[in-house]
Design a protein around this ligand. Structure first.
Ligand code: ADP
Ligand code: MG
Length: 695
């Protein structure tokens, strides 16, 4: 598919725009502008009121003013570096234009004595005299119409000025063709959105500040364009994945029943629903691409295991990949009894498997003597082959990059893919990141969970905290003690954890306290974890390695030191390590006062709610979308106009609309489909076009 001809002018080199040379073109790159088309979606961030006034009398300095004047006498600087003054007179008052380091002959041409000019700039009082230092604009009266009454102000990058930018934008606007409509006509009418070309023009030439609002119809339309293009790409990716040959893995229910009998509790409604959704996907001939989202403690692991068991019932294999060694081991241990109950052959593969042992596992896997494999990244190394892989599960997805997710999908050519995440993300972000997936949500916690009491305690009261802890340990309770990320260095974390470990051991007794951190040799980590799980140690001092996924139901106390340095979702994840059993749990957030505003807001949010989705919304509000997920590895696109925080509704609409368009016109060859292709080209979604073309 080659680029449509109608877009050629917008795809030309940037240098073909008036006033843009090679140097300026380079400077534009910093703004993500490489072609004229990129200028269209680079919108003004603010604007300056250039309404004409009769006189400087009409404003209270300092103020920006646009006024027609008659040029009077010039007064070149008396000493080097001094101001060059030009006396001017508007309809009522005389004032001065002031220039520094200006060439006199240039100023003589710009402002010839006796002539009229329109000047615009900031007026200030200096020793009681009104001055305009370096006017923004000096125009001949006949050029006055070139200056809009509301002048857009663009975000700049080094090497660019407003003048250069607005000139380039103007030139790009001239090249803007009329394009046929890609937005659903009904939606467009309902929202009162202008045509694309009119929207681009209005967004660049706002009439007043209201034209800068994200709710302005022109801006809203362009925002929607971005969201729609993005969702269209995700839908195309989804469709092409589903088109690929898949396996219909139909479970018998027999092994699932054995698992359910062995666990001694009933599934929650949400778990039952999720398993049914997954089973239906697996039974269908298309490949599954599903996200299982559930707050901490909602019981994702069991759902995952039941899905793996379906793969086995259907005569195939399943694999589950965890982000850390600790988690992989924990999953393996936790699932072992369930596997035994169902007679399913479960194995663990991590980076620690070496030599003959590893060879034996790989051989068993290839021969189908292992039904379910649990492990770390090691499970998808090149030489790992399955006999008949039906389902691949990625646990705690936020630790994996998108690239790894795709790699896993590629492993079993036709394997269904299930991604699990405990990071509750606001719906708009979920749609932006995972719009290509179908989503199952575990929005219900297992019955009998008690709320976690969360308290804020100043570090200065650490002795009291330790005394309470001693009492709790004496009562047979278990606790985590999380040490802060003092600096961005694992060595420093490790040192602080080590020091706290020594102190707690001295206070609570030998053998009562364990330690686990990222710098420890793996075997030692395992031993420490195993001792804690078995209840041999009562207190586990840890760095954030325990953040994700660790499950020790008997642990009911979580102490987090310097909680103010942690992010909201991290605190939520950490706290989620307790409150998993039937005992009432406590979370102690220790802070180093005085708290800053945002630190206080974060800690209070955590104290006041356990609802992961509310916390995520708050996180988004405090930090902004890109920051929330770590843009680079999240697959979260950068939108130039759209604002995910405030336009989540539009994102949902875009997804529905994109899927609908693609369902009706899978090859995008209807008039609206062809228009949508133009949009994809314009917003750099060529990848999607390639996928359609091969499909
Ligand atoms: P997460 O969703 O955070 O990964 P887990 O899968 O680790 O949660 O489950 C947390 C705990 O809840 C585990 O101890 C698990 O055995 C238990 N659990 C899971 N489902 C149920 C249920 N339906 N009823 C009671 N306990 C459950
Ligand atoms: Mg989990």
């Amino acid at each position: 598919m080659s680029r449509p001809e109608i877009l050629y002018p917008l795809y030309a080199e940037l240098e073909t725009l008036e006033g843009v040379g090679p140097k300026t073109a380079k400077a534009f790159a910093a703004l993500g502008v490489e072609r004229p088309k990129d200028l269209l979606y680079l919108l003004p961030a603010s604007g300056i009121d250039r309404t004409r006034r009769a006189s400087v009398r009409d404003v209270v300095p300092p103020a920006t003013l646009t006024v027609e004047i008659e040029v009077g006498a010039h007064f070149p600087p008396r000493r080097k570096g001094g101001p060059y003054r030009v006396m001017v007179r508007d309809s009522q008052l005389e004032f001065q234009l002031v220039f520094f380091h200006a060439r006199g002959d240039y100023l003589q041409t710009l402002l010839p004595t006796g002539q009229r000019r329109l000047v615009s700039g900031k007026v200030e009082l200096f020793d009681g005299v009104a001055q305009m230092v370096h006017p923004d604009h000096v125009l001949r009266p006949e050029e006055a119409s070139e200056l809009p009454t509301f002048e857009p102000v663009y975000p700049l990058a080094a090497g660019l000025t407003q003048k250069v930018l607005s000139k380039a934008v103007t030139a790009a606007l001239v090249r803007t063709p009329v394009l046929s409509e890609w937005i659903d006509p009904e939606l467009k009418r309902r929202e009162g959105w202008p045509d694309w070309r009119a929207a681009v023009q209005a967004a660049h030439l706002p009439k007043d500040v209201s034209g800068l609002a994200f709710t302005h119809p022109a801006r809203a339309r362009l925002a929607y364009d971005e969201l729609f293009a993005h969702q269209l790409t995700l839908s195309v990716a989804r469709a092409s994945l589903r088109r690929g040959k898949g396996n219909a893995s139909v479970g018998t229910g027999e092994l699932q029943r054995k698992v359910l009998q062995s666990i001694g509790f009933a599934l929650t409604g949400a778990q039952t629903r999720a398993v049914a959704e997954i089973a239906a996907d697996m039974a269908a001939p298309q490949r599954m691409n599903r996200l299982l989202q559930g707050d901490v403690g909602s019981g994702k692991t069991l759902v995952a295991f039941l899905a793996l068991v379906i793969a086995v019932e259907a005569g195939g294999q399943g694999v589950m990949m965890a982000p850390t060694e600790i988690l992989a081991r924990q999953h393996h241990e936790g699932l072992e009894p369930l596997a035994a109950a169902a007679g399913v052959r479960l194995a663990l593969l991590t980076g620690r498997d070496k030599g003959a042992e590893r060879e034996a596992k790989l051989a068993a896997l290839a021969a189908g003597r292992i039904d379910i494999l649990v492990g770390t990244h090691a499970v998808f190394q090149k030489d790992v082959h399955f006999r008949d892989l039906r389902l691949a599960i990625v646990d705690e997805q936020h630790r994996f990059g998108v690239a790894q997710r795709m790699e896993l999908g590629a492993k079993g050519e036709a394997a269904d893919v299930l991604v699990m995440t405990a990071t509750p993300i606001p719906r708009s972000l979920a749609l932006a990141m995972h719009g290509d997936m179908d989503v199952s949500v575990l929005d219900e916690k297992p019955a009998g969970r008690k709320p976690i009491r969360t308290v804020l305690v100043s570090t200065s009261r650490i002795d009291e905290v330790i005394a309470h802890l001693a009492q709790a340990v004496a009562d047979g309770r278990q606790a985590y003690w999380v040490c802060p990320l003092v600096e961005d260095s694992e060595v420093v974390d490790y040192a602080s954890a080590e020091a706290r470990f020594q102190q707690l051991r001295a206070a609570l007794g030998d053998g009562v306290v364990g330690l686990v951190h990222g710098q420890m040799p793996s075997a030692e980590k395992d031993t420490a974890m195993a001792r804690f799980v078995a209840g041999q140690t009562a207190v586990m001092v840890a760095t954030t390695v325990i953040e994700v996924g660790v499950n020790v139901p008997n642990a009911s106390i979580m102490v987090i030191e310097q909680a103010e340095v942690f992010g909201l979702s991290q605190l939520h994840q950490l706290r989620g390590r307790v409150g998993r059993g039937s005992a009432a749990s406590t979370c102690v957030l220790m802070y180093q006062g005085p708290l800053g505003e945002s630190g206080e807001r974060r800690l209070k949010t955590i104290r006041d709610t356990e609802d992961g989705f509310r916390i995520a919304e708050e996180d988004l509000a405090m930090r902004g979308a890109g920051d929330l997920i770590g843009t680079a590895q999240s697959g979260l696109p950068r939108f130039r106009v759209a604002d995910l925080e405030r336009q989540s509704g539009l994102m949902a609409t875009a997804q529905t609309d994109a899927r609908k368009l693609l369902a009706e016109d899978p090859t995008l060859s209807s008039p609206r489909g062809l228009a949508a292709r133009l949009l994809l080209w314009m917003l750099d979604h060529e990848r999607a076009i390639r996928l359609i073309s091969v499909g």
